[in-house]
Design a protein around this ligand. Structure first.
Ligand code: ADP
Ligand code: MG
Length: 702
């Protein structure tokens, strides 16, 4: 049977066997030789240095000593027993201490032999100690593959309890290299890439990542393997995009016609920002190609995404198509409807709103008018994607605040016409470019990175709970000036009851301080019926109430330009992007706006960084960067499921430079040879096939 040796089950390897094999499978998910080969070390230790016992000071890690084991003794105590070994060299003595696996050790350790020990030195009373040292007979030590840097492998509690040390792992990997023979690893990148980026070979990289011959080779090995990992992720994303573009045809919007020009020349209430113009051009270009547009518009809150969406709809309409806009809540849909109805006021276009609350008779009329083509723009919630909703000729679908919709819901929109209508998704949750590249590789991305002119930046302040009365006073002053105020409480599931109590207590104290009838207060939280929620929210939108006490349900998109103060209670409990989203609810009118972050006195260092970042900047992209650094990519909204970030060696934050190189390279190659069929790209094609095959294999298992 001629099989790839890398798929050999791990227990067949010298020094593994059934028991350790079982442990490796369970603890580290290592099933095959190949898995082991790709178990990359966490860090490296300099093992060329040997210490004398009189040279070491207590509390130093990674100490290596050559000496003789001269005695072993069980020491029994109330709290359990330990095994103590006496270890000497010509300068002194150190105690070796074990609390576990003592029976095995007593059987296997050899008194009066020379060992090399390795571990952390501590001091107990006046004696030096090393607990659970790694030990090797000197002869064995000399025989083993010795490299300047000793790899430290990932481990688990169970592995270390079983005395399965990093050294053990290293020996097993060594056995693997012996068994496979060196020079056996096929090159997985093309010569062009290797030359261009001066990469070392796959063979050298794999050897040096486990057994670095020097710091220089280690760095080269790391670079090569990270590059490769990131490169193949990009190859996958870009290939998928090319395939989709080739297969998925869509409508051509040939003309910029009557409505667009009329609006642009006569009704546009302001001049577009440079960023808005650029994004519109990108959309225009997409819709001229006959390929399907699948574009994400990232723009901070208030950057003016709506007008860009609206003008894209006009292009569709001018070419004889209908347009639709889907929002995650009926409040948002209603606001969009009002805003867009106002924009089309002097134009001959029909806009309708369809939400769960639309009455049956009205609904029926909308269905008819949509099918006959009388409706040009349909705005709504997910009511829009129900099967009953049939368009005459839908040309473009716009989705606001995309992370609230699932992939399945989006896919339903694609089926609303013979060819898939163009899709534009808008999000106010900026994510850093490198992350976006990996997550949304199959989407084109536009960025509105410029706020409309004349906006007064929101002033953000951090205040302690003990200053609450002064904050209340400030609120009163703002209300006297005619402003409205949000007060937001956290609502996190684990402590729902407690949060609810906080919200109620907060409401009561505000109610006491801001008595009726002078002041009117709205309250909205997740436990309310949708209709009640909507009612309360609308009172605030209409200006009937001055204060909105709420949980984070108000986070998404609501637009009340007269609201100029956002107070966030227990703000240390919010994530950065959420804080930024909440802050974006104010600063929408002409008045100076404020965001006040309330906290207790005890703050973790991460909380402090979050608060300082909020106070320092209003820039959503800068905030997203800090957020990514604080939380790591795995926790950023929605990325957990993507699998794209499940990397063995590269780190999307730390290795963003390599990511950019890898992406550029992948683009260059795929643009020239989309199916990787040129002979020089053969190694890439083969590796890519292999990776895809393995992915589906694991996919089937888990
Ligand atoms: P978001 O990107 O958060 O959805 P909106 O589209 O709601 O932002 O726009 C926020 C506000 O800015 C709206 O009141 C809109 O009319 C206004 N606006 C948008 N573009 C401009 C511009 N170029 N100049 C001035 N005001 C603008
Ligand atoms: Mg918006």
């Amino acid at each position: 049977m001629q099989q790839n040796p890398l798929s050999t089950p791990i227990e067949y390897l010298n020094g593994v066997g059934p028991q350790r094999g079982d442990m490796l499978r369970k603890e580290l998910r290592m099933f095959t030789y190949g898995d082991l080969l790709h178990l990359f070390p966490n860090r490296y230790i300099d093992k060329t240095k040997y210490f004398k016992i009189n040279e070491v000071s207590p509390n130093t890690s990674d100490v290596q000593i050559v000496g003789r084991l001269v005695g072993l003794q069980d020491v029994k105590q109330k709290r359990g027993s330990r095994l103590v070994g006496t270890f000497v060299d010509d300068t002194g003595q150190i105690d070796l201490v074990w609390f576990r696996a003592t029976t095995w050790l007593k059987k296997n350790l050899k008194i009066n032999q020379v060992y090399v020990i390795f571990g952390k030195v501590t001091k107990f009373g006046i004696t030096l100690n090393m607990a659970h040292p790694e030990m090797e007979l000197l002869e064995e030590h000399k025989r083993n593959l010795r490299t300047a840097m000793q790899a430290v492998y990932p481990s688990t509690e169970k592995l270390s309890k079983a005395n399965f040390t990093s050294r053990t792992m290293s020996r097993i990997v060594q056995a693997l290299f012996y068994q496979l023979g060196s020079g056996r690893f096929r090159e997985t990148l093309s010569q062009e890439i290797i030359d261009k980026h001066k990469l070392i070979s796959k063979n050298d990289a794999l050897f040096n990542i486990h057994f670095p011959v020097s710091q220089d080779f280690l760095s080269k090995a790391q670079f090569r393997l990270k590059f490769e990992e990131l490169f193949y992720i990009q190859v996958e994303l870009i290939s998928k995009k090319l395939i989709r573009k080739n297969r998925l045809k869509s409508y051509v919007f040939e003309n910029v016609g009557e409505h667009f020009n009329d609006f642009y020349n006569n009704h546009l209430p302001f001049t577009l920002t440079g960023a808005q113009k650029r994004v519109l051009k990108e959309i225009r270009k997409d819709t001229l190609q006959g390929e399907h547009m699948n574009r994400l518009i990232q723009g901070d809150v208030g950057s003016g995404k709506t007008i860009v969406a609206f003008m894209s709809m006009l292009i569709a309409i001018d070419n004889g198509y209908q347009a639709t806009l889907m929002a995650p809540t009926s409040i948002l849909a209603t606001q969009h409807n009002e805003g867009i109805s106002e924009l089309v006021d002097k134009m001959d276009l029909r806009v309708e709103l369809l939400t769960g609350a639309t009455k049956t008779a009205k609904r029926r009329k909308i269905h008819e008018a949509l099918l006959s083509g009388e409706i040009d723009i349909l705005i709504g919630t997910h009511a829009l994607i129900e099967d009953k909703v049939v368009y005459k000729n839908l040309g473009i679908a716009i989705i606001d605040e995309q992370h609230r919709f699932g992939v399945a819901q989006r896919a339903k929109l694609w089926k609303k016409n013979t060819l898939a209508p163009h899709v534009l998704v808008m999000t106010a949750t900026p994510i850093p470019r490198t992350l976006a590249m990996s997550l949304y590789g199959d989407l084109d991305i536009s960025v509105i990175d410029e706020l409309p002119p004349g906006r007064k930046p929101i002033k953000t302040l951090h205040r302690y709970d003990s200053n609450r009365l002064r904050v209340f006073k400030f609120m009163k002053d703002e209300i006297t000036k005619g402003r409205q105020i949000y007060v937001v409480y956290p609502l996190i599931e684990e402590s729902e009851k407690m949060d609810y109590k906080d919200l109620m207590d907060g409401y009561e104290s505000i109610d006491r301080y801001f008595p009726k009838p002078e002041y009117q207060i709205s309250m909205v939280h997740g436990k309310m019926k949708p209709a009640d929620k909507e009612y309360e929210m609308n009172r605030f939108v209409k200006g009937e109430t001055q204060i909105m006490v709420a949980t984070t349900v108000i986070e998404v998109g609501v637009n009340v330009p007269n609201a100029s103060v956002m107070i966030i209670e227990s703000s240390e409990r919010f994530g950065l992007s959420q804080l930024h989203q909440l802050r974006g609810r104010v600063g929408r009118g002409g008045e100076q706006s404020y965001c006040i972050l309330m906290t207790g006195v005890k703050l973790s260092s991460d909380s402090k960084t979050r608060l300082e970042t909020m106070v320092r900047t209003n820039d959503g992209f800068e905030i997203a960067d800090v957020d990514l650094k604080l939380r790591g990519p795995g926790d950023i909204m929605g990325t957990q499921q993507s699998g794209v970030l499940d990397m063995k060696i590269a780190d999307i934050v730390k290795d963003s430079d390599i990511l950019l190189l890898a992406r550029e390279m992948a683009l260059e190659i795929l643009n020239d040879d989309p199916l990787l069929q040129k002979p020089e790209n053969r190694p890439i094609w083969e590796t890519y096939q292999n990776i895809s095959k393995n992915k589906t294999m694991w996919g089937n298992i888990s």
